[in-house]
Design a protein around this ligand. Structure first.
Ligand code: ATP
Ligand code: MG
Length: 352
């Protein structure tokens, strides 16, 4: 069997370090591993419009930003197909057929969608498009016959929904679609990186992000202003490292090499955590170290981003080429779907 990856991001803002550790870093590793026959990376503009339908300019502008973030992190258009979702109109048709295979109550039970509805104050007037976005995500995944979807933890309910729709489709119409599986980050702290404000998830929509494109000064300002353990008032107080975003970020980013370079008094993060937990280690020192680590990781990404940003038309050429290729692949799957559903009435007349 071929191994195919599909992943994507909503162009609702620039990408942040939560995206990086939750999915982007892994994608680049998988891309470079040579273990996959195809890698599709989708900028999900149609999905972004389900809750940003009043702000098409914002979505449009962020397509460029997200594409720059990809290139900056090492996504290579020679090895991965980067495309814009709305160009592939076949995805909308697949969504329409898949909608028959899922009930309203099933969609309403999706815990990630439920949390997002609350967060966006959609309780009283919920756009249908927003509620059904997990179905369109199933179309995105299955159109490319993806078996592997590298995502953060919040996407697990979407993958479960996709698997249910695939099973139901294959059961009714015969084996046609591929069942996908999620690939989560191995490091637990990366499953759902919290915000700088201590909120459960760093999210473009919550304004608690460190962006991959932030300047050195912005990174420093954000790190120095981070939420820590509210009960760790004096340096000598015992502190909590578990729900403390500064330590969670260190879990996600720092290596023993960073300690050698910036804080040689500790051999590794475990030693530093033990000191904080028994008392005697101040937040300022932790933040200074975290800042040094993040500056080191983000500096080369920012520099590459600035290079790619000098030629925006070239970035759109990459997106166009990827979108044309993606559309061809999705059309083949759609044709199989139509055949399976016995609605391929004119296929022979059209030589398909
Ligand atoms: P929005 O608020 O518009 O939904 P978002 O920040 O949640 O934006 P998405 O585009 O929805 O970002 O998610 C893209 C990918 O990044 C998904 O695989 C998601 O699981 C992952 N991701 C997003 N935020 C985080 C986070 N804080 N930690 C780990 N992974 C994340
Ligand atoms: Mg999201």
């Amino acid at each position: 069997m071929k191994h195919i990856i599909l992943t994507g991001d909503r162009p609702t803002g620039k990408l942040h370090i939560g995206h990086y550790v939750g999915s982007l870093r892994r994608r680049v590793e998988l891309q470079n591993s040579g273990d996959y026959d195809k890698i599709y990376i989708m900028i999900a503009d149609a999905q972004a419009l389900t809750d940003n339908f009043g702000e098409p300019e914002k979505v449009r502008a962020n397509i460029t930003e997200v594409a720059l973030d990809y290139l900056a992190c090492g996504i290579d258009p020679a090895r991965a197909t980067v495309f814009v979702q709305s160009y592939v109109s076949e995805l909308t048709e697949l969504t329409f057929y898949y909608m028959n295979l899922v009930t309203l109550s099933r969609l309403e039970r999706n815990p990630t969608v439920k949390a997002e509805i609350r967060q966006k104050n959609f309780e009283l007037s919920l756009p249908m498009g927003f509620l059904t976005y997990p179905v369109s995500q199933t179309a995105d995944i299955t159109a490319f016959r993806a078996d592997t979807v590298p995502v953060g933890e919040d996407q697990l309910p979407m993958l479960e929904q996709a698997r249910e729709i695939v099973r139901s489709f294959n059961g009714l119409y015969g084996e046609t679609l591929t069942e996908p599986k999620a690939v989560l980050p191995e490091n637990k702290s990366c499953l759902r990186l919290p915000g700088t404000d201590g909120m459960a998830k760093m999210s473009k929509s919550l304004g608690n992000c460190i962006y991959l494109s932030d300047s050195a000064d912005e990174i420093k300002r954000k790190v120095m202003g981070m939420y820590t353990d509210p009960n760790h008032l004096k340096v000598s107080d015992p502190g909590n490292t578990k729900d403390n975003p500064t330590f969670i970020y260190l879990d996600a980013f720092c290596t023993d090499e960073h300690f050698k370079r910036y804080l040689p008094e500790y051999a590794d993060l475990d030693e530093m955590k033990a000191h904080y937990e028994r008392g005697g280690l101040g937040d300022m020192k932790v933040k200074k170290f975290l800042n040094a680590v993040l500056q080191e990781v983000l500096e080369p990404i920012r520099a590459r981003r600035e290079e790619f940003a000098k030629d925006i038309p070239a970035v759109w050429d990459i997106l166009y080429k990827g979108s044309v290729e993606a559309r061809k692949v999705a059309a083949e799957t759609l044709s199989d779907v139509r055949k399976a559903m016995k609605i391929d009435y004119f296929a022979d007349r059209e030589g398909r």
